[in-house]
Design a protein around this ligand. Structure first.
Ligand code: MYA
Ligand code: UBL
Length: 218
């Protein structure tokens, strides 16, 4: 169990896009060129997000995930080996204390953490209101937040209708938001700022996404 295992996991998962006929169009790479620990926040539409995440995952970065994933067979084992931090959403007090510990570990071990602040998968067409854990994490560790937005999958993937075509996912990496000097009192405004930046980015890149490239041959 070591965050370094994410290098191997990342290089394996990066091949999956070819089987699904998906392409990634990434902008803002320069914003990930930040030294030391930081918190990445991104929107969460489906398990497909794992592909986009692995496409751009920086070194020494692991994720916060719901603890149910440990029991998901091989996927659970891979998550555990990659040092994923598991939280129990049914016990918010426990989840908070795990995240408070993580704010120390990320500084001690120079680790970056990826959090889905919506807290659950969402394909409603707008981002869900953000949970607060990711922002406490960044403020407690006094590290920057890097917001990342994945465009809507709805032009090629409709879960209820069981439709899946090939398509292009736009990923926009936004400039980092500094938290140096901020305290827990600043969290509501930090959340507000992050939410509006990400939601407006999401709407703008989702409208400009090229439509499905046609049915997938597989
Ligand atoms: C092929 C195989 C490939 C394998 C691939 C591997 C990749 C896998 C990728 C896996 C991807 C998997 C992806 C997934 O699994 S996504 C699902 C799991 N992830 C999350 O849920 C993350 C986001 N959740 C949170 O951050 C929540 O805030 C938590 C769960 C922590 C609490 O939720 P809660 O429901 O309680 O809501 P709340 O946010 O309104 O907070 C309530 C109150 O608590 C205060 N508070 C909160 N936090 C802190 C804190 N740290 N220190 C001090 N205080 C804190 C807060 O200020 C507020 O108080 P007040 O301000 O109202 O007074
Ligand atoms: C044609 C079907 C298209 C789907 C293909 C998916 C391919 C993805 C490839 C490999 C990655 C598999 C790893 C799965 C990790 C799942 C993480 C995840 O998404 O957990 C759900 C959790 O965050 C929120 O849970 P809830 O929405 O609150 O319950």
């Amino acid at each position: 169990r070591d965050v370094e295992n994410m290098r191997l996991i990342r290089s394996l998962v990066r091949h999956v896009k070819y089987f699904l006929g998906l392409r990634f169009d990434v902008s803002g790479w320069e914003h990930l060129q930040t030294e030391g620990p930081y918190v990445i926040i991104s929107n969460h539409q489906s398990s497909l997000d794992v592909l986009g995440l692995m496409e751009i995952l920086p070194d020494r970065c692991t994720m916060i995930a719901k603890k149910e994933l440990i029991y998901a067979g091989t996927v659970g084992l891979i998550c555990w080996l990659g040092g994923i931090v598991f939280i129990n959403r049914k016990k918010p007090n426990d989840a908070r204390s795990v995240m408070i510990d993580a704010s120390k570990t990320m500084l001690d071990d120079k680790i970056r953490l990826w959090v889905f602040p919506e807290g659950t998968r969402n394909q409603t067409g707008n981002l869900l209101p953000f949970k607060k854990g990711a922002f406490h994490l960044a403020v407690q560790a006094q590290v920057p937040i890097i917001p990342i937005v994945f465009s809507s999958y709805s032009s090629f993937y409709l879960r209820k209708q069981k439709q899946f075509n090939s398509g292009t996912i736009t990923i926009k990496i936004l400039p980092k938001i500094e938290t140096k000097g901020l305290t827990s009192d600043d969290i509501p405004s930090l959340i507000d700022k992050s939410f509006h930046l990400m939601n407006s980015s999401f709407l703008s890149i989702s409208n400009s996404v090229p439509h499905s490239n046609g049915p997938c041959k597989h």
